[in-house]
Design a protein around this ligand. Structure first.
Ligand code: BDP
Length: 599
């Protein structure tokens, strides 16, 4: 799926800004497509929840409506005209002058609505977008929706981050020629010092295809003809972690003149799992960094370029080389930026909460089986598959993306998990044979209980020894963590990494003892984990939970949100940030070595 772009043959208009906004209680349960009669306006892109002071809006379960008028540029006569929604969380209904013209389920992947036959160049239309953040056991992420006898709707969900809703990313109208390029797929390889760029162009019609590859100075380094081909770049400059280099591939439909033209960035690099190593460009790579969230004050999950730049600056300041898009695909702008900044990304789906054991709490005893009619059933699996197709379609060309993470903490220890996941892993391997696959394994999925590790190329573990178990007892935590890793090494020779480990920390709280919640404890907890990781050559990475504190749903186990951030929600460093900075800066992209404990 091609991101809308201005090219020699394409134009676009951004629809971000203030839209009229209202919620269903004021409008009734029926789909609303009339004129909104309200003085309330909501910012786009942003989650709507934290914008207003009214609790009924913040916690509204059901549809909300956004509305504005849009004028089609007068020069677009005869063009194909589309609306691109980058993210409507989680279900969208799109109305044009009152008619339903598009629907989409899945809040973290984009969709298009073709409005060519419904609008005229130079004229205005009324655009209404319904958004519902409701989650059921058949959506990804899943949730539980109860409609009470009095009509009240109650939403539960099985992840701790707040279930924000609304139009979280940009909206565009854009034009393409009628005869156009509809998709481009690029994969890369190396042959000695040469770089190989394989491309496939999908188009409407059958105009001849011309492809040109330019380097960063704009010089043409390779050319091709036809909708499929292989370009060779002599003495290629590789895309490397921490040293991004991007070529520009331009595809053109040329029949007499240029009918359509589209350009995208290409990073030449290889990714491979060999034995217990994770290789980028044939070199062992050790992941350092974080699980993140798209989460900021007031905007909620709304994309924000200022936070994007600042977060990447902090990632570089702390010496990290990577992050995981926990627990859903991030805005496409984030991946574009990671491509340009040389930051490595593990791209995760929104499949978080496929785990009834987590509902069972620390006992891990599910109230009912996760993989059953009652919860993760055939329809859930179909929604998961659709989500994966949309994710790969959007992100397949990003050099920064080195691995797909199919789910976060699914009940991979329960019966039925393998049957549920195997077809999904097979499908993604077919869609993208170039990238390794993984899932982030929950703590109940110990080496003796996990049933899905054969499906993954890298064993990714989320472990909280020293926090949820043996909290304040770091010696015991270290012993048990070590024992578990040894168990994994007996079971598999695949690379292992920690995709989550962390301790809630209230900035400003201090103690000379091992007291949970203090800044000292967060650092000691990390040091303990690192001593264990550093002693196993099979360990290929560490991503701390979390980059920053983030908003959570209601519940007494969180104090003003999840506080496991190394930075606060407004991005100030806690003490552990300085410790990590020292460790990661020293290591670069190589495996770090432990320093002595700080006491
Ligand atoms: C893990 C989840 C993550 C939570 C974290 C925590 O993957 O989303 O925020 O625990 O409890 O189980 O902090």
């Amino acid at each position: 799926m091609l991101k809308p772009k201005v090219t020699a043959t394409r134009e676009m208009v951004n629809l971000d800004g203030l839209w009229q906004f209202d919620t269903e209680p004021n409008l009734g349960r029926e789909p609303w497509a009339g004129r909104l009669k309200t003085s309330r306006e909501a910012a786009v892109p942003a989650s709507f929840n934290d914008l207003f002071t009214d609790a009924e809006i913040r916690d509204h379960v059901g549809w909300v409506y956004y509305q504005r008028t849009v004028r089609v540029p007068r020069g677009w006569a005869g063009e194909r005209i589309m609306i691109r929604f980058e993210s409507v969380q989680h279900q969208a209904a799109v109305y044009l002058n009152g008619d339903l013209v598009g629907e989409h389920t899945g809040g973290y992947t984009p969709f298009d609505v073709d409005i060519t036959d419904r609008v005229s160049a130079g004229e205005e239309f009324r655009l209404t977008v319904g958004a519902s953040a409701e989650l059921t056991n058949e959506t990804i992420p899943p949730g539980e929706l109860t409609v009470h006898e009095d009509g009240r709707r109650e939403q539960k969900y099985f992840h701790d981050f707040y279930n924000y809703g609304g139009i979280a990313r940009s909206v565009w109208i854009y034009s393409t020629p009628q005869q156009h390029i509809s998709d481009i797929t690029v994969t890369t390889d190396r042959a000695g010092s040469a770089g190989i760029v394989n491309y496939t162009v999908v188009q409407t019609g059958d105009a001849p295809v011309k492809v040109t590859l330019r380097d960063e100075s704009g010089a043409v380094v390779a050319e091709g003809e036809g909708s499929e081909g292989k370009l060779t770049v002599q003495d290629a400059t590789l895309w490397q972690p921490g040293a991004a280099y991007l070529y520009e591939l331009t595809a053109e439909l040329v029949d007499g003149g240029v009918l359509d033209s589209y350009s995208l960035n290409v990073g030449i690099r290889t990714v491979e799992v060999r034995g217990h190593e994770f290789l980028i460009n044939g070199e062992p790579f050790y992941f350092t960094g974080f699980g993140k969230h798209e989460d900021t004050p007031v905007r909620g999950k709304g994309h924000d370029s200022a936070y994007l730049v600042h977060d990447f600056e902090l990632i570089k300041w702390i010496g990290a080389n990577s992050f995981r898009t926990s627990h859903y695909p991030y805005a496409e702008e984030v991946l574009d930026y990671a491509d340009r900044q040389g930051i490595v990304v593990i791209n995760e789906t929104a499949a978080v909460g496929l785990n009834m054991g987590v509902v069972g709490g620390l006992t891990g005893k599910p109230p009912f089986p996760t993989f059953s009619e009652h919860y993760a059933n055939e329809n859930t699996q179909a929604a998961h598959a659709q989500h994966l197709r949309e994710l790969v379609a959007r992100d397949k060309n990003h050099p920064s993306v080195v691995m797909w993470c199919i789910a976060n903490e699914p009940a991979s220890n329960e019966d039925g998990a393998h049957e549920y996941f195997e077809p999904l892993f097979d499908m993604v391997r077919e869609l993208d044979p170039t990238r390794p696959l993984t899932y982030a394994a929950v703590m109940f999925a110990t080496p003796d209980r996990d049933q899905c590790s054969d499906l993954a190329d890298v064993i990714c573990l989320n472990r909280y020894y020293g926090w949820y178990i043996f909290s304040g007892q770091l010696d015991k935590a270290e012993q048990y963590l070590r024992m578990e890793i040894e168990g994994w090494l007996k079971k598999t020779d695949k690379p292992i990494m920690m995709t989550e480990y962390g301790a809630d920390t209230q900035p400003g709280l201090h103690s000379v003892w091992d007291s949970p919640w203090t800044e000292e404890y967060q650092t000691k907890y990390l040091e303990m984990n690192h001593r264990v990781f550093d002693s196993f050559p099979q360990f290929v990475g560490e991503q701390v939970w979390n980059f920053a504190d983030f908003q959570t749903g209601p519940g007494i186990h969180r104090v003003g949100g999840n506080k496991k951030g190394i930075f606060t929600r407004d991005r100030q460093p806690k003490a552990a940030a300085h410790y990590l900075r020292e460790r990661w800066t020293r290591a670069g992209n190589a495996k770090p070595t432990s320093t002595e404990p700080t006491d």
